[in-house]
Design a protein around this ligand. Structure first.
Ligand code: ATP
Ligand code: MG
Length: 249
């Protein structure tokens, strides 16, 4: 279970998160929607421990562990996975090596045996087949020259291999075709279960037709101004944010 209480964060002297309260119970998928610049990506960065995005007040725990107090690697070892709105490219780093290194770091942290190269390739190839990814994407450098949709597939591949307990997906608001949306949705839905939770940040009501969320939260100006069921996404699609912001004021 992810529990966030009174979370605040600033970038420079500008306060971005102004007291976020949010609980995502184990087994649930929650969506976060909100206008550009509301602080959605910042929330994901603060939770994952990205440099430069530190909480200034409040709490965030995952299954009881204080997330804000530990290194990004330790957060990952607890099962946290962040898919970026803009995935990083890593020139000079092969995708297969990158994935196997990440997987083995997690396995070590969990006290499991490391996976050797042949074992890893077998696992990766099976997942790639499922995602309709060509084999050569394992040999290429991480995300370098990947199209938007290929980066998405690669991200879902990472998720399928690392099997996180908490996935935070920050979805790009442009450039994804219907197939890519489906791939993201299938990737999340495949992991759904009692020990998995996800926070899906999106502008797309459409994505939420494929990943049906248990709850939808509306983040505006660094605060969650409303929470509701999946119908809230439809209401936003129909009416935009203005009315909701006025009601909350
Ligand atoms: N590194 C940074 N330096 C300066 N300002 C930043 C930085 N990161 C975020 N901000 C500012 O924080 C605010 C929130 O940004 P954030 O990326 O969290 O918004 P968002 O809700 O994800 O928006 P979008 O829907 O456009 O992705 C914005 O005003 C943004 O300019
Ligand atoms: Mg964003």
């Amino acid at each position: 279970m992810l529990e966030i209480k009174g979370l605040e964060a600033s970038i420079g002297d500008k306060q971005i998160l102004r007291g976020i309260d949010l609980v995502v119970p184990s087994g649930e998928v929650h969506a976060v929607m909100g206008p550009n610049g509301a602080g959605k990506s910042t929330l994901g960065y603060v939770l994952s421990g990205r440099a430069g995005y530190e909480a200034t007040a409040g709490l965030a725990t995952f299954n009881g562990a204080d997330l804000l107090d530990i290194e990004p690697e330790e957060r990952a070892a607890l099962g946290l996975f962040l898919a970026f709105q803009y995935p990083v490219e890593l020139p000079g780093v092969g995708n297969a090596n990158f994935l196997r290194t990440a997987l083995n770091a997690l396995r070590r942290a969990r006290g499991e045996a490391e996976m050797d190269a042949p074992g890893f390739l077998k696992l990766a190839r099976a997942e790639m087949k499922r995602l309709s990814m060509p084999d050569d994407m394992l040999k290429r450098n991480v995300n370098v020259g990947f199209s938007g949709g290929e980066k998405k597939r690669n991200e879902v591949l990472q998720m399928a291999i690392l099997r996180p307990k908490l996935a935070i997906l920050d979805e790009t608001d442009s450039g994804l075709d219907i197939d890519a949306l489906r791939i993201v949705a299938d990737g999340v839905n495949a992991l759904r279960g009692p020990d998995f939770s996800a926070l899906v940040i999106t502008h797309y009501q459409r994505l939420l037709e494929y990943i049906v969320p248990d709850r939808v939260h509306v983040l505006v100006s660094g605060r969650i101004i409303r929470s509701g069921g999946p119908e809230l996404a439809l209401e936003l699609e129909a009416n935009g944010y203005a009315g909701m912001v006025a009601d909350a004021a």
